[in-house]
Design a binder for this molecule. Structure first.
Ligand SMILES: [Zn+2]
Length: 186
């Protein structure tokens, strides 16, 4: 059975079994920003004691932000002003695949799959900047925390925490305690 049909067949059974309802406002009033790594699925939230309905979860490759007014910041704006999130957690992880990606190789593969080389050349600068952000996953978390804290769109009373997650063992290490920053700013 093709994967899409398998997913839809599973979904029909899944819908039959649903009983508990949850609201769209996060129960724990927090937003997580983390990596799209497959190993974090059904692993990061339980490791933090979070259940369905507890948190807004924003993901991208390598949990990084390049554009200060881009999709991640806009999602956080909605989470804070429209959905009642009171804290933000930036969560990087060890062994992030993004830190091993070779930009030149990525560009070669894009061209081999039919992307116009001129288009690849035109995005080379932003692609390098983006990939460069992952070379140091802990540094990336610190940088992203700072970016959110200093975003003109995010209120100063929202603590922004930074953590690293072990995708094998499930351990969280604290890098930035956002409460300290909020208190220091008062
Ligand atoms: Zn990752």
């Amino acid at each position: 059975m093709p994967l899409l049909s398998e997913i839809l067949a599973h979904n029909a059974r899944f819908v039959e079994e649903q009983a508990r309802t949850v609201t769209k406002a996060p129960e724990k009033r927090i937003a997580l920003f983390t990596c799209m790594d497959t190993r974090l699925v059904e692993f990061l939230e339980p490791a933090m004691g979070l259940r369905r309905g507890d948190a807004k979860v924003i993901k991208n490759a390598g949990n990084t932000i390049i554009d200060p007014f881009g999709a991640v910041i806009r999602s956080l704006v909605v989470a804070v002003y429209a959905l009642g999130c009171e804290e933000i957690y930036v969560i990087g992880h060890q062994d992030c695949g993004m830190s091993q990606i070779d930009g030149d190789e990525l560009e070669r593969r894009m061209i081999a799959r039919g992307v116009d080389p001129q288009v690849v050349t035109s995005v080379h600068g932003s692609l390098s900047e983006w990939l460069g952000a992952f070379k140091d996953p802990c540094g990336n978390v610190h940088r992203v925390v700072e970016m959110i804290r200093h975003s003109p769109l995010i209120p100063k009373d929202v603590p922004v925490h930074g953590l690293m997650f072990d995708p094998a063992k499930g351990r969280l290490d604290l890098l930035v305690d956002g409460y300290g920053d909020v208190w220091a700013g008062q």
